[in-house]
Design a protein around this ligand. Structure first.
Ligand SMILES: [Zn+2]
Length: 162
């Protein structure tokens, strides 16, 4: 359940295949503007976060108000609109941290990421490395690298023996 994350470029490609008459640069402009609104905290009139992909077509509204459905099933959302921005205030920016103390993860905008907020793919749950604290850093880097990708691939994966 939930949105399928997709990058703006991939979504535009998909959308153009299904709607060849669409004006590509106009679509991109509307997506970027909806994404910017989302990141600025613009909400649907009902109070929910806006659905960027739907808002590019229907104006700034949430998934529920645009589709009338409660939960997305095979619907897409722009990946960068799916990362939680709510805890921003508690996050440190890389410019505010002494260089000697920088050792965590940072997002594209330079904010420190909480390692336990990194989504753990279900694949990891059956992997022996999941129980090894020494592997955690490497595992998190692999996960971080693929946040928003529909399929998780890990070359360090070793299936647990039960
Ligand atoms: Zn709404």
């Amino acid at each position: 359940m939930g949105f399928i994350p997709i990058s703006i470029e991939k979504y535009i490609k998909k959308h153009m295949q299904n709607n060849p008459a669409e004006n590509k640069s106009d679509l991109r402009k509307r997506l970027n503007s909806a994404l910017l609104d989302y990141q600025n905290g613009v909400r649907c009139s009902c109070g929910n976060d806006i659905w960027v992909i739907g808002s590019a077509v229907a104006g700034n509204k949430c998934f529920n108000c645009i589709t009338g459905e409660r939960m997305p099933t095979d619907d897409y959302e722009i990946d960068s609109a799916m990362k939680k921005k709510a805890n921003r205030k508690e996050q440190r920016h890389i410019n505010d941290i002494k260089p000697s103390e920088i050792n965590g993860f940072f997002d594209d905008e330079g904010y420190e990421m909480n390692a336990h907020l990194i989504q753990k793919p279900t694949l990891c749950l059956t992997c022996i490395n999941n129980d090894d604290p020494h592997e955690e850093l490497f595992c998190n880097l692999t996960r971080l690298d693929q946040q928003g990708e529909p399929e998780f691939v890990c070359f360090a994966y070793k299936k647990k023996q039960y």
